[in-house]
Design a protein around this ligand. Structure first.
Ligand code: AMP
Length: 249
């Protein structure tokens, strides 16, 4: 069984994003970038499936600038066997990414595609769903547990207020949630070994897929600054303030 894992290069989750002065987006110049945290979880799961003997090959794919090579090197160091980078310097929306991934699936013929449930930069939560639709495959989204057996994936999904367990026939698309596993750090020897693993490069235009945006960002705003707190003397004063000042009681 072959697993394709989609990994996106995004602004590092520890960085506090700064909104550009013209309000058109987030400042990315000289900002630390990393693998989207949900994609680390997707990759970890694929590597675990390989280690357990249920998968034979793990291929990491990224769509983005040349610098996304770094993200793919990390994926190789964590345990992917090889990587594919589809380069574009344009901002690329989920539908275009899904189309690229569909083209990669058509040539690679994996049994499953693992993705994060969302990219922390655009928070779209769309790519996996769109990919499943384009492929005509089943999908299991927001996975917090995965069991692969007899050509099926048994997936526990995090849904509002509880958990839902479904069985989906392979081939299928899986998008992963936070609690599926705890991703490992790449060890130094594996980082060294990853340097020799192959990264195949393609361009977006080779796939004949347009990066033309369908959405226009009208405005990006910083969240409102948090107001300073006040100290209260006792419970009675707290209740009074919650009732009259905050209006929450
Ligand atoms: P989104 O729909 O943008 O929230 O992204 C959901 C998931 O799709 C991410 O966690 C990645 O696994 C995958 N994905 C989105 N954009 C890209 C990209 N440019 N390259 C590779 N994978 C991506």
């Amino acid at each position: 069984m072959k697993i394709l894992v989609a990994v996106k290069r995004v602004i590092d989750y520890n960085v506090k994003p700064r909104v550009k002065s013209d309000g058109t987006g987030v400042e990315l110049a000289n900002v630390k970038m990393s693998m989207n945290p949900f994609d680390e979880i997707a990759l970890e799961q694929a590597v675990r499936e390989k280690e357990a003997g249920r998968a034979s090959e793990v291929v990491a794919v990224s769509v983005g600038p040349q610098a996304a090579q770094e993200t793919l090197r990390t994926a190789l160091a964590v345990g992917a066997d090889r990587a594919i980078l589809v380069t574009t310097d344009d901002e690329i929306e989920p539908l275009s990414v899904a189309k690229v991934l569909k083209a990669v699936v058509d040539s690679e013929k994996p049994d499953m595609v693992f993705l994060g449930k969302q990219a922390i930069d655009d928070d779209s939560n769309q790519t996996g769903q769109m990919l499943a639709a384009l492929l005509g495959w089943g999908q299991a989204t927001f996975a917090s547990k995965l069991e692969l057996k007899d050509g099926e994936a048994i997936v526990t999904r995090e849904v509002d207020g509880g958990l839902q367990t479904i069985a989906v026939k392979l081939p299928a698309v899986l998008t992963v949630d936070l609690r599926l596993n705890e991703p490992r750090y790449a060890s130094l020897p594996n980082i060294m070994k990853a340097r020799k693993k192959p990264i195949e490069q393609k361009t977006l235009s080779e796939f004949n897929i347009s990066s033309q945006p369908r959405l226009k960002i009208l405005k990006v705003e910083e969240p409102q600054a948090r107001k300073a707190g006040v100290k209260v003397k006792n419970v009675a004063e707290l209740v009074e303030k919650l009732k009259n000042d905050a209006g929450v009681l």
